[in-house]
Ligand binder design. Structure first.
Ligand code: C6P
Length: 405
């Protein structure tokens, strides 16, 4: 995927060439996605699964083809296991509601980790409040890796579900998700993998991982906003209840009794984002043409170079330095007297030089509390970034540091 395929990268920001390093928040969109959306609305827009007329048939077919592409992307056993949602947050909320209603009772336990995004904390917290269940937290070790020994101790016969990020959105660290899944399964406990930051950067295979659920967002993988995925093993999805009622999710409705549709439609009430799914399917084709392994290798090289360059700068502290990473690097800058320079100040001075990074708590306040800082500066890469982007970023950062000392 070349820079030229992403028109927004030609924009000037404050009169400077844009260097976009905020890909963990959302990636930029290729021309093929923009064209797919325009083509869909121009040529075959109609509601899906509802009409016998031609346009509705075409729309339905394209929406379902996209589901097959997603299934193939993550190696699901069948497209019945792919539920379209609004995004990762929606997927986790849906799971917490459905799994929680069916499987969690008073005194039961749900396990998350210290480094989760708020989307993988708050829905479980709300579930625990509803059900008088208990939220347990896998702590971090000094190097900011997950403490697996502590995890083993927290796992017990009351644990109903473990929900952990594959890749931390703040630190970029790849968590030992295979170990977590194996240990949980040894105790008969289901695992949800938050793949928001892994599916775009690594080749994720749900069958190899053997996770029970996987959630991610299309917009972090060059796809449209407002579209996400909830993957669940068929045996789970068959027994879990729907969380939203409405059109599409039903088989028959009467005032006496409603019966539900088959998978995956049981979980998809209302008109789905079929234009988004179609366009995402086109992006998946493109990503697979480039090759997920090649993407991972390219981004790994960039992130490693970025981390090495930051390590050369005095007064810059990189978090989780040396741990395996995918896509993102977080750091803070300190004055000579060791006082923290607020990450917003660094972010603003980078922005004035055309460099887009994210600063703040990255929707992971418990992690930032643990790090005892109000926020970090996070640079995150994607397929279109280059070594020159990283060099431009480092030059701009040096200037910012000089101005802030
Ligand atoms: N993280 C970031 O800048 P949504 O917003 O629903 O697409 O994704 C939520 C989410 C869940 N889990 C992880 C690990 C994530 O990184 C995110 C989104 C963005 O880090 C926006 S806050």
């Amino acid at each position: 995927m070349k820079r030229e395929n992403f028109p927004i990268l030609n924009e000037l920001v404050h009169g400077q060439k844009l260097v976009y390093l905020d890909n963990a928040a959302t990636t930029q969109k290729p021309q093929l996605l923009i064209d797919a959306i325009a083509k869909a609305y121009s040529h075959w827009n109609a509601n899906v699964h509802r009409g016998v007329h031609h346009l509705s048939q075409v729309a339905t077919q394209k929406h379902e083809e996209a589901r097959q592409k997603v299934a193939k992307l993550i190696h699901a056993q069948s497209e019945e296991e792919i539920i379209f949602t609004k995004g990762t947050t929606d997927s986790i909320n849906m799971l917490a509601r459905s799994f929680g209603d069916a499987m969690v009772g008073e005194g039961d336990e749900i396990i998350v980790s210290q480094l989760e995004h708020h989307s993988n904390i708050v829905p479980w917290q709300m579930l625990c409040e509803r059900k008088k269940a208990v939220l347990k937290v896998i702590p971090l070790q000094e190097d900011l890796s997950l403490n697996i020994e502590a995890f083993k101790e927290i796992l017990n016969e009351k644990t109903r579900l473990v929900s952990v990020a594959h890749v931390s959105n703040v630190l970029g660290v790849v968590n030992p998700i295979e170990d977590i899944i194996r240990l949980a399964h040894e105790k008969g406990v289901a695992v949800c993998v938050d793949g928001a930051q892994s599916v775009p950067h690594l080749a994720v295979d749900v069958q190899k991982l053997d996770c029970d659920f996987l959630v991610f967002s299309a917009h972090k993988m060059y796809g449209p906003t407002g579209l996400g995925i909830l993957y669940g093993k068929k045996e789970w999805l068959d027994k879990l209840p729907p969380t939203e009622g409405g059109g599409e999710m039903i088989e028959h409705v009467s005032f006496e009794k409603t019966t539900y549709n088959v998978l995956p439609y049981k979980f998809e009430a209302g008109t789905p984002n079929y234009i988004g799914s179609y366009a995402f399917g086109k992006v998946i084709d493109f990503v697979q043409e480039v090759g997920l392994e090649q993407i991972a290798e390219h981004e790994h090289k960039l992130a490693k170079y970025l981390e090495a360059q930051l390590a050369l700068l005095p007064n810059v502290r990189v978090y989780a330095a040396g741990l395996p990473k995918a896509g993102a690097v977080s750091f803070n800058v300190y004055r000579e007297d060791e006082a923290l320079i607020h990450p917003f100040d660094v972010g603003v001075l980078l922005d004035r030089q055309g460099i887009a990074v994210r600063t703040g708590h990255h929707c992971a306040e418990p992690l930032l509390d643990y790090l005892q800082v109000p926020g970090t500066v996070r640079a995150s890469v994607a397929i279109y970034n280059t070594i020159e982007d990283i060099d431009a970023f480092v030059v701009a950062l040096k200037k910012a540091i000089m101005m802030l000392q």
